[in-house]
Design a protein around this ligand. Sequence first.
Ligand code: F6R
Length: 596
Amino acid sequence: MCGIVGYAGWRDAQPILLDCLKRLEYRGYDSAGLAVAGTELQLFKSAGEIAVLEAAMPEMKGSVGIAHTRWATQGKPTTVNAHPLADCSNRLAVAHNGIISNFMGVREELQKNGHNFTSDTDTEVFPHLVEAEFKDDLVKAVQKALEKVDGTYTFAVVCAGCDQVVATRRESPLVVGLGEGENFIASDVTALLKYTNRMIYIQDGEVVSITKDSVKIVDGKGNEVRREPQKITWNLEDAEKGGYPHFMLKEIFEQPDAIHDSLLGRIESVEAEPFFQNEHFSTVKIVACGTSYYAGLVGKYIIEELARIPTTVQISSEYRYSSVSRENPLVVLITQSGETADTLGAAREAKKRGNKTVGIANVIGSAITREVDHTIYTRAGPEIGVAATKTFTTQLIALYLLAMELGTQNRSLTAQAKRSIVGTLRNLPRSVQDVLNQASEIEALAKKYSSARDMFFIGRSINYPIALEGALKTKEIAYIHGEGFPAGELKHGPLALISRDSPIVAIAVKDHTYEKMLGNISEVSARGSPVIAIGFEGDTELPRYVDDAIWIREIPPMFSPVPVIVVLQLWAYYLAKARGCPIDKPKNIAKTVTVE
Ligand code: F6R
């Protein structure tokens, strides 16, 4: 869960590496470091964010180097454990993203052979392994070293006196950026967009060597690989804040476009993206983590409604413990990054069980897309804020599309129903824009409740998972203890917790659950809790039950999760702002979680 960049070119490497690294800070920010390989290796690292490193580091001369921003997995986030890590002779430096699972045994053996270790990291075995193999060919030495390590990794290696950066990957991301008289490697294309939009995705087991004017890729057997670069259409603007104070707010406001883009070319005809033709699934299993899991829970209601297929939803890390279903379900894996280790593990397990798999992913060419039989891309563009926002709403769009596809295949959707769904989907960007237009009212309300220590979110049916997602956003961004419940469950225990100091956010749109929601709202307000409701415009009854309300334009209830979650994203954002929280980089969490 770290970010790596590498540069070989005609300019000084240090400022370019720092610049690129800052765009990867969302991947981890507990320590950082940079190595420039001139005639000697220059290495500087520090605990803390990249800004700390930048302020303290000396000038380094040389046009080949690597840099790293860390999210600790093995060894505390200290300066000595920061990457890059060097070999005994301080000639080689390595940056690593992932975990070397057999590092203990390898380390012991290297120590027996006289290698000195200075850190507690698993990574440090790698520079020593390369050192032991290195004669005059860095690629060969890296290939040899790889034979000794198990686990997941992206490694980037530089060596004093060499004009190249050598990198490799296994189940962690690695991309090469092609420039003019300069080449780059990075964990993510967004790091490189300022310099190039021509990218080559490196595959598992491949080793790539970049110099200022060459890129050579070899596969696991040492055969040269030729791969055409892909042109990335995201621009730098997409990856920067564009005038917003935080990426999260920018990304919340990008949702009308992101939804529009995700629908583009896909609803003119539902058959536009046909897959698994002539296959019929009697059940669907959705597997995901965190916010993507909550999208999956919404997906259950959508698929059961539109395709009439019983659907279950499971947390990725628990999937392997579930029993093998006799029904041979379609397994849907949702992951914005496409790199979440738990979800990748679940995809492999599903394959082992002989199930057909669909991935819903945002990052093109990410690992999940190679694990599944078919991918639906969410087209949300890069999401830098740690809290998922536009990728959640576009995951919901992908699930509406998937449900329509399944419903069309099994004939549970009539042509008329499809036309009506398509009409509503087309209008969703407008519903979301209506919510965004109320940002200042939502901010004022959030400010009023921002001193709360606990906050409960309730909803029923398809808006129950939205209550869970609202609570998660509030927890992770505003550091308020937020909990989501199906509104009917409060009386089975959680009512014991509520008080005047624990506001309740109630999703009470006019659907088949509305009357029951009013009953549940009465239960909590009778016990003194202030209630903030989210309802449909024009509802004259709801204000009599609640203290405050936020209104959304009425749409068919099955689609209400989209505008409702946008309200709750803004709610969490403004709570966090009022509380002075570091919104784009909440403590202890990283955006891409590549460990199990
Ligand atoms: C919360 C959040 C996380 C992710 C989770 C899965 O705002 O972003 O809960 O949803 O880590 O990540 P992906 O979707 O990349 O698999």
